[in-house]
Design a protein around this ligand. Sequence first.
Ligand code: GLN
Length: 430
Amino acid sequence: MKNNPRLSPLNIDNKIKKNKVQPLKNMTFALKDNFAVRNIPTTGGTKLLENFKITYNSTVYEKLIKAGAKPITKANLDELAMGFSGLTSGFGVVLNPYDGSKIIGGSSSGSAYLIANKEVDFSIGSDTGDSVRKPAWYVGITAFKPTWGIVSRYGLFDFSPSWDTVGWFSKNVDDSALLLDVLQGKDEKDFTSLNSREKDFLKDINNIKKEDVKLGYIKSFLDDIKDKDILNKFNDLILKLKKDGFNIVEIDLDLKLFKTILTVYRIISSVNGFSSNSNLTSFLFGNFELENDEFKNEITRIRSNFVYEVKKRFLLSSEVFLNKKNLYNKARKIRHLYINALSDLFAKIDAIIMPPAGNYAPSIKDAFNAVKYNSIMDEYLGIFNANGSPSLNIPILKNIEKPFSVNIATAPFNDKKCLQIGKLLEKYER
Ligand code: GLN
């Protein structure tokens, strides 16, 4: 399998006027190929949009250029960001840079690869369920998903808009904080965007004392971890942190309620993903031309170009639409139960600290079997998309065979604390 992390090369759009103050001057970056860059193909990882050019820039790209950053390349992704492996793009695969027989994870697979392989200074991805944080875990790199809405999604392909979040991979927590300084803020082109309520993320990054933060780990979730090596490493770290003066408590979340995330995420994101992509017919724009009058035959022919993973989700969505509408409404109600339970929890602690997943990067062979979605640890990170919390992957053991990280999540709009805690934990990196 040929490894294909890079899509179209990127240049600086000279029409964009750079700011006088350029905090990202000369920092190189890659951009997931579901963000629009004017006159450069924006494919969303789908064959249906091969060579498709958009006439405007995503706000994220514009802000990065204004801040002096240097674009290098579009990054490959699982088709339409609906994936978890790096194996389901319309344009070849992205593999684990340390061991080509393993997956890197997805859907922001190219963006993760280019940081892990040290080809750029930072890279931009998108995260609907865990698409930035899961690959970061598999390869042991820093990745941040800020509070939902505080970074404009203008020019990013919709998947499941009320879960979709711009996220990024960086060399360290400082750079992640710097990127939030640059990227946050209400954008009149995206009416769902919000101001962050905080500022000076980098400037204040060390303004924290470990004795003052209260961290909690979720016992019932840990009990669901199958790979005991992950559990041992996590317990070792917790012991060490406690010894060093961190205040860490065991907390409780109703496993029975939260385990529904596996189904709730699937139903809501697939139904939203189907409707977000309903314009992908190729009739109005795109690659394939109408060959006869019969819409049904034609759409079947054209949409057969989607990868299996996307077809599967569209089928699930159609089944819900046609026969099980109440499932969608039930799923939305359950989402509110998560939001309430998490807000109760964040009234008691500052941040949740957990291993990001219950397994290390699986082999390509096992990728689709290993992820069986029967453990909460397969996909619990999605609960922080359900409530919009900031969520940060902090590598602890950079051992490239089995890198080990922790995930830090804080209440929505507490991005600063999330990054500050990340900075404290970064010192434990080995
Ligand atoms: N694991 C999620 C999925 O398969 C990740 C998708 C995302 O965050 N874009 O859909």
